[in-house]
Design a protein. Structure first.
Length: 254
């Protein structure tokens, strides 16, 4: 199987790193030279990765084409590219709908995928919409796959994928606060990282009991956790968070 990436940004790079850490058998991976630094890094590190200057050459040489460009770039370049109808296209573009992709490429076997940067370490979740055997074959090797047939439902998952920066800023703020309290930066970073990792792992291990129960079990009457939660709720922290998700969802949907 030959893979071709139109666009070589962070997500494309993460997918490629994840692939080479997996058991997926690949003949060649063709990437565009749009991002010279990333393209050079990948082609130097992996012998099966080859950089091409022309997007059409990438398409012609690949059995599976992954669209990894921004929506604006996608709308600009797709109309000038020619696709064999037998190819499989996997779009990583958030706001270009499936029907529009099919019309602009003339390909029927099109699906959208929502991998996030941590696929580099073979971590998920990865949303696929609609179900696609080839896409599942690829992505199931680098993270847990969730298949969604209804594209409209997938918009909600695209929306929640937008919380990464906000999540990392929570770690960043926690670490900065610790440093301000005279904790050494290295120690503060290690503590914050391990704290949030443990909370996430605990949530996965206890997902059957539900997150409402975890919230309740994390508090004691008049305790510290209860104090922080009450203050955040009073400041409408979670209301603003949900409003942001609604705004992103509205943007993707339209």
């Amino acid at each position: 199987m030959n893979l071709g990436f139109i666009g070589t940004g962070k997500i494309a790079s993460s997918i490629i790193f994840g692939i080479f850490k997996s058991s997926l058998k690949i003949n060649k991976i063709y990437i565009s030279s749009r991002n010279r630094n990333i393209a050079k890094k990948l082609s130097v590190k992996f012998k099966k990765v080859k950089t091409l200057k022309n997007n059409q050459d990438i398409i012609n040489l690949s059995s599976v084409v992954l669209l990894s460009v921004t929506p604006s770039v996608g709308k600009k370049i797709l109309k000038d590219l020619k696709f064999d109808k037998k190819k499989t296209i996997i779009s990583l573009i958030s706001t270009i709908k499936l029907n529009d992709l099919k019309k602009s490429t003339g390909v029927k076997k099109v699906c959208k995928a929502i991998p996030l940067p941590f696929v580099e370490n073979r971590l998920g979740p990865i949303i696929l919409s609609p179900k696609n055997k080839i896409a599942k074959r690829i992505f199931s090797k680098i993270g847990p796959v969730i298949e969604i047939n209804n594209e409209k439902i997938s918009f909600s998952f695209w929306s929640t994928s937008s919380i990464m920066a906000a999540y990392y800023e929570l770690l960043n703020s926690t670490t900065k606060w610790l440093i301000k309290k005279k904790i050494k930066p290295k120690t503060a970073t290690k503590y914050s990282s391990e704290l949030f990792l443990s909370l996430s792992k605990d949530a996965v291990l206890k997902k059957e009991i539900g997150f409402n129960k975890l919230v309740a079990d994390s508090q004691t009457p008049g305790g510290l956790n209860m104090q922080v939660l009450k203050e955040l709720k009073k400041g409408k922290f979670y209301d603003k968070f949900l409003k942001s998700l609604d705004n992103v969802h509205r943007r993707i949907k339209h």
